[in-house]
Every structure is written in C-alpha cells, then in structure tokens.
Design a protein. Structure first.
Length: 319
C-alpha cells in the first residue's frame, strides 16, 4: 500500500463515498503507523488558531491525520490558514480536506489542487443506471459475483439510498457465499415500499388485473402510504412514455440517454408495444386523478387506488 500524501482533497456530496475516501487515507496512514491519531473538525467550528494547534508537530513526530469536514463552509481567514499550512506540514501529519465542490469557497479547493493535493472525487449517484453501477462495483469489491439482472433487482428492491444499497449488497454476499442472483435478492428483500410501488405499476401496465390488485392490497396491508403507491403508478407511465418516444434502440444506449437502468428500459420497451397513444393518454388522466384522490379529494384513498389500477389495466390494449 502506497504511503499517504501529506495533503488530500476529497470533493463531492455523496456522504458514503466521502466517508470511504477519508477512511482510505486513514487506512494508508495506519498501515504505516497503527497508532496514528485521527482528529476531525468541522470548518465552521474551527478557528485559524485551532487549526495551527492541531497541525503543530509533536515532540516525537507521531503520525496524525487531521480531517477538515465541510471545508466549503470555511471563512476567509480559515481558508487562508489552510492554504498556508498545506504547503508546510510537519513530518508525520496528513491533512484531509472534505469539500462539497461547486462555487462555494471554490478558492480553497482550487488552491489545494495548485498546492499538489491528492484529489478524490465523490460525485452524487443520482440516476438508476448509476446506482446499478454502484451495486456492481460494491459486490465486486466484496468479492462476490452478480448473475444477470441481480444488480437491477437489488436497486429496484432497496431503492436509492446508497448506504442501504451497500448494506444490502454486503448482506447478500455474506449470506449467499458471494453468488448473488435475482432469486436471492427477492428472497431477502420482499416487502419493501419501493418494491410494492414498482411491482404494482409493472403489473398494471402489463394488464395483469389480478396480480396488480393482489400486490396493491399487500402493500396497503403493510401500511405503505397511498401517496407512494399513486406516485409509482405515475412514474411507471412516465417511464413508458419516455421509452416509447425514444424508439426501439439498444436498451443499453437508451438507458444512458434516459438515465435509467437497462433492465427498466427493456421492460418498458416490451410493455409499450401494447399501448396505443390514446390509451396511454387516458392512463395518464387516471394517474392524475388518483394523485389528487390520495391527497384528500377522495373519501377512501384505498378504494381510489384500486379503481385507478383497474382503469389502467383496462386501458392497455384499447384505442
């Protein structure tokens, strides 16, 4: 393992990745000196004097890692102090500056780059295809293997929270001996709110009246909010419309263009063939109505959802 550089700049807003980047630096320092001390400070709560004291050399030059969190919040005086110390750190001291990026206090990030800081970028994981890529990388990092479709199934089951995805991936790798397939994902992650929402939408868009109603009632019995379920129906229709408008191209290419998981594009391409534009427009009107119903217009939100699911099922294949 290579020795840690004296100054590190960690840029981004994805908390899990930021924490991992900081821990990676700490790990490199402690690989050389297991007794290395780690001190964490938030920039808004630190003065230039506090910084100078934390970076001052010790009598025996013990290893120390100083982590400056939310450095974009630093004022002018602290920014100047950080940049001043960055070019003159005592032996054994490593400075890690965590900055959100963007325009706020950009001078600090730019100054550290010019000073030769080792830079790690942690961009936000915003899109479904990016979350799928994260799951793939996470399982690989843990020494596991994913079968076809398991990565997308896990994202569909767990949702968008990166910490939950990481935890789920770790649990699956541990419990399956490293061979993660779609069946394992479904076995360990049934009953999640997002799963029910997407399941209901997929079944309704496929015209499966019995399956959609069964999934809807299961979600309602588990207490999934009606607004979440109505939003899932609307989101499924929007996906259908976007994929239909994009044409019959390669799902992987379209996934990148649309910011969706390839599996989601493939499902939508298969579904949209059974939908006439007029039927899709009618389904959108149903989704808009049920959205209002579950927010107070209807006296019974559960009944309104059942009626909406049946109307969407019936719209499929009609003209």
């Amino acid at each position: 393992m290579a020795a840690a550089a004296p100054v590190h700049l960690v840029v981004g807003e994805e908390e899990l990745l930021l924490e991992r980047a900081v821990e990676a630096v700490v790990g490199r320092v402690r690989a050389a000196d297991p007794a290395a001390e780690v001190r964490r400070y938030r920039a808004a709560e630190l003065t230039p004097l506090d910084l100078a004291e934390s970076l001052s050399p010790s009598l025996f030059a013990e290893a120390r890692v100083i982590v400056l969190l939310a450095a974009h919040e630093a004022g002018k005086d602290l920014t100047a102090a950080v940049l001043g110390h960055a070019t003159d750190l005592a032996e054994g001291i490593v400075l890690v500056v965590v900055h959100a990026g963007g325009a706020r206090n950009k001078a600090l990030a730019d100054g550290l780059r010019k000073a030769g800081a080792e830079v790690t970028t942690c961009p936000q994981v915003r899109w479904p295809n990016e979350r799928v890529a994260f799951v793939k990388a996470e399982v690989r990092r843990l020494g596991g293997r994913l079968s076809s479709g398991a990565d997308e199934a896990l994202v569909d089951a767990v949702g968008s929270d990166l910490r939950e995805l990481a935890a789920a991936a770790a649990q699956l790798v541990a419990d399956t001996g490293g061979k993660v397939d779609v069946a394992a994902v479904h076995r360990y992650h049934r009953g999640r709110a997002e799963v029910h929402g997407w399941d209901i939408a997929d079944l309704a868009l496929a015209g499966d009246r019995a399956g959609a109603l069964e999934a809807l009632r299961w979600a309602q019995a588990l207490g999934v909010p009606a607004v979440v379920l109505a939003d899932a129906l609307a989101s499924g229709l929007r996906t259908l419309a976007r994929v239909g408008a994009a044409g019959r191209g390669d799902p992987n290419r379209l996934a990148s263009q649309l910011g969706m998981a390839p599996g989601k594009v493939r499902r939508a391409q298969a579904q949209v063939r059974s939908w006439h534009p007029d039927a899709l427009a009618a389904a959108f009107r149903v989704a808009a109505e049920v959205n209002a119903d579950v927010k107070g217009v209807a006296a019974d939100a559960d009944f309104a959802l059942e009626r909406a699911v049946l109307r969407i099922c019936d719209a499929r294949g009609s003209r």
